[in-house]
Design a protein around this ligand. Structure first.
Ligand code: SF4
Ligand code: SF4
Length: 222
């Protein structure tokens, strides 16, 4: 199972700055078990957003947001409301955010951080991966993870060694930051390159004492 924790509401509101409405999607798989996805978490977050003046154009859940087919089908069903919103707020793990962002030309914000618990971390039928860094930056990178997609896990833009769209470390690999640039360009969010990612707080990567005392930790450490 992939364990996630909801980001503080102030951080979520900051991500939505300048937007008037959002469509909320929650994962009914691992995130529902962690109470960071599923219907209850979506409704609670919807209420907080509305209390802060953000219009929620609609709200739905997907059984497993790491499955792009399920994401696409739900997007089709709610197309009108999603089209009317400025962006999508995704209550899921880092893989779920990347999966849904890859099947729609709409900006997707991550509502959760994905944290490291070790052990078996589930299966997903796609190429997206998450390093469970505990401080998800997909909001700045258009839903493409720089920790995974950049060979040096750079968080603040490319190293300068990219050649013909390939990584200087391994010419078989596409440069992750070029992919991020192309996605941001397509979504008209190139201004994100002006926003520096703050130094990572590595302590967020590991479960809090509170979480270590729950069943999640017992299951995963075995
Ligand atoms: S930034 Fe990447 S590694 Fe970190 S939580 Fe998000 S998807 Fe996972
Ligand atoms: S060439 Fe691109 S993917 Fe490779 S290390 Fe530099 S920024 Fe990262």
């Amino acid at each position: 199972m992939i364990v996630s924790q909801q980001k503080p509401i102030d951080e979520i509101l900051k991500m939505l700055e300048g937007e008037k409405s959002v469509f909320v999607v929650g994962c009914n798989g691992c995130a529902e078990v962690c109470e960071t996805g599923g219907e209850k978490a979506c409704v609670e977050l919807k209420q907080k957003l509305e209390a802060s003046g953000i219009k929620v154009a609609g709200c739905t859940v997907v059984d497993f947001m790491c499955n792009k087919l399920l994401d696409s089908l739900k997007i089709l069903r709610h197309k009108k409301k999603i089209d009317s919103a400025d962006s999508i707020l995704a209550l899921t793990c880092g893989i779920g955010v990347q999966a849904i962002a890859s099947v729609i030309d709409k900006y997707v914000h991550p509502a959760n951080n994905t944290i490291y618990l070790g052990g078996f971390q589930g299966l997903w039928p796609s190429i997206e991966k998450c390093a469970e860094c505990g401080d998800c930056v997909l909001d700045l990178t258009g839903g493409i993870c720089p920790v995974i997609n950049c060979s040096k896990s750079l968080l603040n833009g490319p190293c300068g060694g990219t050649k013909n769209s390939k990584c200087e470390i391994d010419k078989e690999l596409d440069c992750g930051w070029e992919k991020i640039y192309n996605r941001l360009k397509k979504l008209n969010r190139l201004e994100n390159f002006q926003k520096l990612v703050k130094l990572r707080d590595y302590s967020k990567m590991f479960p809090s004492a509170e979480l270590r005392n729950t069943g999640f930790y017992d299951i995963e450490k075995e």
